[in-house]
Each structure stands twice: as structure tokens, then as C-alpha cells.
Write a protein that binds this ligand. Sequence first.
Ligand SMILES: [Ca+2]
Ligand SMILES: [Ca+2]
Length: 327
Amino acid sequence: MRTARRATAVVLLSALMGAVLAAGPATASPPPADLGAGQPGILAVAAGTDRISAGQALTAGQQLIAAGGAFRLALQSDGNLVLYPRNGAALWSTRSAGSGSTSLALQNDGNLVLYTATGRAVWSAGTAGKGSTSLQVQSDGNVVLYTSAGRAVWATGTAARPTNTASGSSILPGQQLAAGQSITSPDGQNRFSVQADGNAVVYGPSGALWSSRTAGTGSGRLTLQTDGNLVLYGAGGTAAWSSATNGRGGARATIQDDGNFVLTTAAGTPIWSTGTGRPANPGNSKNCSDFATRAEAQAWFDRYYRYYGDVAGLDADHDGIACEELR
Ligand SMILES: [Ca+2]
Ligand SMILES: [Ca+2]
């Protein structure tokens, strides 16, 4: 209860101070000797926030936590200001362990300063006069000082590199394959590839099984959009091909061990595929008389031959042409 009441008091004080600051002229006066929480002009930050504003301070033992919780900026009791990912080693620090720092103040002059309890400055971002009004710990891992207009004036430079390139055997929403990149089935036998010529191709062990027929559109990228549509963009940024599946819940596009490239929902229901999956062995279930045309017989023959050979006996002379007697 005591903690909750204090937090409420801080919020009320912050609101009050915000009103005072907004009403009064901007000040560029030097900071008071002691910037501890509760001192005039500087307020401790409320817990559970990702930022402080000009006139606020983080005190020893407090931290700012990025939205989503993946990163936190902690003013440790050892005097060091440290940025941590949720798991793993520190990404950045002021290297001030043992300095006696007890307060990180974002001053009204725009400078971010680490002070000891006696008011000695240990570290600063060097941003006095640059108009910073907000220090934010971002969900990308970067810690940034922004002006009220949203311009960044200083950052720790720790933004995580985008992880939007598909890897393994699947493309997830928001991920992409650039020209020259591919994903491979778990057994390593099949590949979905975006080529520099602008074609997207499914390759099996014995060659191409499917293509987007977009060769010549130039090097581009294929992405699974968050709307569930798989789109291949050409060099100029125009869509050269798509699966036309937007709004149907596509959540994963996978190149499978059977050679099929399949878009499924999060629950695994197939929505679209290249139709290149290895079929079940049909055995000797057909004769040439079962087909109306030679082309129809050939299509059936081609579908199974690469996996099972001439299981239905449609190519007696073994020349690769099925049912010559049909028209
Ligand atoms: Ca037969
Ligand atoms: Ca033949």
C-alpha cells in the first residue's frame, strides 16, 4: 500500500510540475546542487515507465523499461547506468560503477547528467542546449534523447538489427527474402529461392518444381505481409506476383520436405501452396484409356514419374512420352 501511495504522489507531482513548466518560461539555469528525488525542480520517475521528461530524474535502484519489456535502463546502486536486454549481457553503460552516482537527471537545459549525492557530475550526454525533452528506452533496444518535435539528439546506438530476413524453412509475417536468398526444407532437399532475375522458384532434388514466372522483373524481394499475402516485389517496388491470400490468416510460409511450399494459418491450416508436394504413390491405377487426351496422360505421368517412375505402365517404350496412341 505504501508503495502504491508513493507512486500516486509522484504522478500527481509530475502532473503539477508539468503544468508549472508548461506555464512558465523555459529555463536554462544551472542545475541545483543536489538533484535527489524530491528536490526542487527534479522529480523521481514513476515506476514501470519507458521514459523520463525534462525535469525528471531516475534515482539509484530505479530503471526505465522498454514497452514490451525486452530492454531496461537501470541506475544501479553501484553508481553505474546500464542498458540490459531481457536476457543476456549489458549492451551499454556509463562505466561509472563505484562513482557514487545516485541520480540520472534530464535537465531543463536538455542535458542528461549522472550526479552523485553531493551534486558532482560523473557523466553526461553532452546535450545541453540541444532541446532534449524526453529520454526513451525504446522497444528496439535503443535509448534516445528526443526534442519535443521528435528529433533525436543523442542515442546509445544500441538498436537491435532488424531480424526480418526469413531463415530456416519458413517465412513469417513481416519477414522477407531478398534477391539471392532462399529457405530450405528441414531435410535440405528442397529450396524456395528468390532469384536475382526476379523469379521465385521452388527447387526439388531434381530441379525446378514451380516458379512465379516473373523472370526479368529484376532483383526484388518476397515478403509475407502481415495481411497474410505473399508478395514478390520487383526492382521498382511494384508487385510482380502474389498469392492473393490477404485477409485469410496466412501466418507461415514453409518449404516442406515433400517439396511443397505452403502458406498456413497459425493453426496450421493450409491456405495456399505451389502444389509441388510429393504425391502418394498411386500404383498401377491408370491405363492410357483412362485419359481423354495425350496431354492429360502426360501430365499425370509427369506428376508421379519423378518420384515413383512409370508405376502405371503408360510409357512402354521408355521414351518419356506417355500414351503415344492418344491424340
Ligand atoms: Ca496401367
Ligand atoms: Ca512412350
